[in-house]
Design a binder for this molecule. Structure first.
Ligand SMILES: [Zn+2]
Length: 419
């Protein structure tokens, strides 16, 4: 998951429909469900070990293969059906339901991290907390997939609908949700997934039901280049890029709908005494409103065009060219308040006495939401911090509340089958 906004709605019990509430209350009383809850507690240490193990396997963007293989092996050990990977490295496993015609209830966790290949990975356990890059985002989500599958298996819990477990690639950064997009382009999945519950990071206090839209750009300015002394006067792409940044960063953005921009990376030049031949920056823009994203896109193009027209009329070696390339485009879309999925998670939270707020963020749920399908993203329980840094940590205290919440939600959606 990437940074969520603070926009939130207060929890209201009336939003959970009575029938969803009754169904969840009934499920929570079943002996097998209690056995599954007990499994979460008795396997707390094993889950931590799995979390340290998966975190130690590097999974940079476009380099998730080793982790896909690891997850496929874990799914196979759990005796799930149809365990396999697709051509991108998305990993699938199914716990069959009792109704052969029911569509899938899908539970997913992204397996990629933001950390580039070669990032040193050191995992450790210290005073009850787990440490390592990606330990919370999203090793906690991956472990929750295995915990739900493991507890259902151990308690012999059946649901009417089949439960589809997915470990997907390419959620973070320039992966741009490529794994989940691919899944929703396959007829087998796209036509048969009734709801998708995305597990992303720690916590139990949020329900991401509103997809935050984002667009990313790579802007490259090119010039003639030359020697800093003998070619002085030749147009300098780094200076030109700085002018573009200065102009673009003056674009006003509204507080509501919250709209943001960031220049996250700049690159360019060959040495201190060379006039560079090119300079590049990466820009991230975010908003719940497509109009605001359009407005920021226009502002970026205007800043680039202004720089180009400033250099027009200059001598040939002073001319610069510029290119704006879209490197990411995540749709903005919301889950309707009256949806089954929102009613079900509200009912589960009421049952568990868990206070959670609706939030807007950019997650794998954006993909089905933008197709008009039901999806939410929730946390895997416990708490975490330092996401997207190598100092990331996870505290498993309270993980079992998160796991109970996920299990009850899946059972509510998939239809609980009595003993
Ligand atoms: Zn994440």
């Amino acid at each position: 998951m990437r940074a969520s906004s603070t926009e939130a709605l207060p929890f209201s019990e009336s939003q959970a429909s009575r029938s969803a509430q009754q169904q969840v209350a009934r499920a929570a009383e079943l002996r097998k469900v209690h056995e599954a809850f007990a499994w979460f507690r008795s396997h707390a240490r094993e889950l931590e070990d799995l979390q340290l193990e998966v975190t130690s396997i590097a999974a940079p963007p476009w380099g998730e293969a080793a982790r896909s293989a690891w997850l496929e092996a874990r799914f196979s050990e759990l005796a799930l059906s149809d365990v396999h990977q697709d051509e991108l490295g998305n990993v699938f496993a199914i716990r069959p339901g009792t109704d052969p015609n029911a569509p899938y209830i899908a539970l997913s966790a992204h397996i990629d991290t933001v950390f580039p290949a070669g990032t040193p990975i050191e995992v450790r356990r210290d005073a009850g907390k787990l440490y390592g890059p990606g330990i919370s985002d999203n090793s906690s989500g991956i472990v929750a997939l295995l915990a739900i599958a493991g507890a259902m298996q151990a308690a012999n819990l059946s649901a009417a609908a089949p439960v589809l477990f997915i470990g997907d690639v390419g959620e973070e950064g320039e992966g741009d949700l490529r794994g989940m997009r691919h899944i929703f382009h396959q007829p087998r999945w796209a036509a048969n997934i009734a709801s998708l519950v995305v597990l992303d990071g720690a916590g139990t206090d949020t329900i991401i039901a509103e997809g935050l839209g984002s667009r990313r750009y790579e802007v490259t300015v090119r010039g003639h280049g030359g020697h800093s002394w003998s070619d002085f006067g030749v147009a300098n792409p780094i200076i030109a890029l700085a002018r573009i940044i200065d102009r673009f960063a003056g674009t006003p953005v509204p507080a509501l709908p919250k709209t943001t921009y960031n220049i996250g990376m700049i690159n360019g030049g060959t040495s201190v005494n060379s006039i560079p031949e090119s300079a590049t920056m990466k820009v991230d823009t975010r908003s719940a409103s497509v109009e605001q994203l359009d407005r920021l896109e226009s502002a970026l193009h205007e800043a680039v065009d202004a720089m180009i027209s400033d250099s027009a009329g200059h001598k040939k070696q002073e001319l610069l060219s510029a290119e704006v390339r879209v490197i990411g485009n995540r749709p903005a879309a919301d889950l309707p308040v009256e949806s089954q999925l929102l009613k079900a998670i509200r009912a589960v939270d009421a049952q568990l006495n868990n206070a959670a707020r609706i939030q807007r963020a950019s997650t794998d749920a954006n993909v089905p939401l933008s197709l008009g399908r039901e999806a939410i993203a929730i946390g895997a329980g416990g708490s975490g911090g330092g996401a997207h840094t190598i100092g990331e940590w996870y505290d498993p205290t309270g993980r079992d509340l998160g796991l109970k919440r996920i299990l009850l939600l899946i059972l509510a959606l998939a239809g609980m089958v009595d003993e």
